[in-house]
Design a protein around this ligand. Sequence first.
Ligand SMILES: C[S@@+](CC[C@H](N)C(=O)[O-])C[C@H]1O[C@@H](n2cnc3c(N)ncnc32)[C@H](O)[C@@H]1O
Length: 194
Amino acid sequence: MAHYFTNDENLKSEIKKVDTVIHSISYYFYTDNGVFSKNKLDVGTELLLNTFKYTYPQEKTFLDIGCGCGAIGIYASLLGFAVDMSDVNKRAIHLSKIALKEQKLNSNVFLSDAYENIDKKYDYIVSNPPIRVGKEKLYEIIMNAKDHLKENGELWVVVRKKQGADSLVKDMKEVYKSVEVVLRKKGYYIIMAK
Ligand SMILES: C[S@@+](CC[C@H](N)C(=O)[O-])C[C@H]1O[C@@H](n2cnc3c(N)ncnc32)[C@H](O)[C@@H]1O
């Protein structure tokens, strides 16, 4: 079975538009076969975006790592952040680029395995991280975010309780100065680390 994080170019394309509203901000993104959360905004992503709190975004930098179709990065672009979006899935990168262009947003979208092609530091790193890739890659994305955050920068992630959120929080406390579970809802944890 093809996973959403692999690049299967033979997979039939069936692009769908997903209209979304978060905090009265309307936007859309495109989904397709072979990408995460094929037909809709993922429940975890929706909770993350509805919970994410930020100070006025003027010139603040934002990374959506594992951007998929762009649900997080497009929203952040509309808020006015300077946004970078990265993923390993070429189809997802393509879909994110189309949606950004059509909505007249010029955020950067690029291929990167974890932080391989990322050398900047950000005010915010916000992610619905890949779980099915395994603990090693998940931890690479979550723990190494620390090296890509500015002083006082924040990492926001959504993880399901049943996918190990409690032990993740415990392990994050070994790496980050502060870790807070901002929301526990519908089996999802929204975790913020500084
Ligand atoms: C849970 S999905 C979230 C997608 C999107 N951000 C959303 O909220 O709908 C995780 C994403 O991480 C990507 N991913 C998997 N392995 C990765 C890696 N090593 N580096 C970066 N992204 C990866 C997957 O392709 C997928 O798009």
